[in-house]
Design a protein around this ligand. Structure first.
Ligand SMILES: [Zn+2]
Ligand SMILES: [Zn+2]
Length: 204
């Protein structure tokens, strides 16, 4: 028998710090509707941060990006594509880093340099980048990524590290309907992960 209930939109997800918007305008998965305003309006999580790709927001465009994210009372991050981008990453005013750490020595050194800022460093989708977590500094946060985690053997890849690292869960949303963490949360629960919430929710 069909039943009815009132539609509700209070966010049940504690945190999502891996989200892209139209500021990542060279990323083919981004749709024009994925604006900062759209992410803020959806309000799928209590703590929300935008982490557009540094290669699309560094330089003169960065202040516009930062102001737009702050105007919507969201946290300001950036996604850093490996060691080539560390110098630029150190020069932008962000609250946290989402970091592509491939299995090369320079990328692990890059993680150390980002950590030296005192800002949180989230190791993005380590399974698809083949990050060797044995070489990642303990104070990094490891991401369980909703876009990618189901493509890998996550029990073997993440399971052994549950006791060593702190974890965060990210959607890696590029489109409005990707603003969820359903698969990543299934994985986190199966692994017995306790997620770390890095920031206070903005009072919106
Ligand atoms: Zn990424
Ligand atoms: Zn991303």
């Amino acid at each position: 028998m069909a039943t009815e209930s009132p539609a509700q939109r209070s966010p049940s997800i504690p945190q999502d710090l891996h989200i892209h918007t139209t500021f990542s305008n060279g990323d083919g998965a981004i749709l024009p509707e994925q604006t900062v305003a759209m992410v803020a309006a959806v309000g799928h999580a209590k703590v929300v941060g935008i982490s557009d790709h540094l290669e699309f927001v560094y330089g003169r465009g960065f202040d516009t990006y930062r102001q737009e994210v702050r105007r919507h009372k969201l946290h300001v991050g950036v996604e850093v594509n490996g060691h080539d981008w560390i110098d630029d990453a150190l020069g932008v005013d962000v609250e946290y880093y989402v970091y592509h750490c491939r299995d090369v020595a320079a990328d692990y050194r890059g993680a150390e340099r980002l950590l030296a800022t005192g800002r949180p460093v989230i190791i993005a989708h380590p399974l698809v980048l083949e990050t060797n977590l044995a070489r990642v500094p303990d104070s990094c946060f490891i991401e369980i990524n909703n876009r990618y985690v189901w493509r890998s053997d996550w029990r073997a890849g993440l399971g052994p590290w549950v006791g060593r690292f702190r974890f965060v869960i990210g959607s890696d949303a590029h489109q409005p309907h990707w603003l969820n963490q359903n698969v990543a949360r299934m994985v986190a629960a199966a692994l017995g992960v306790r997620e770390t919430v890095l920031f206070d929710a903005w009072d919106r």
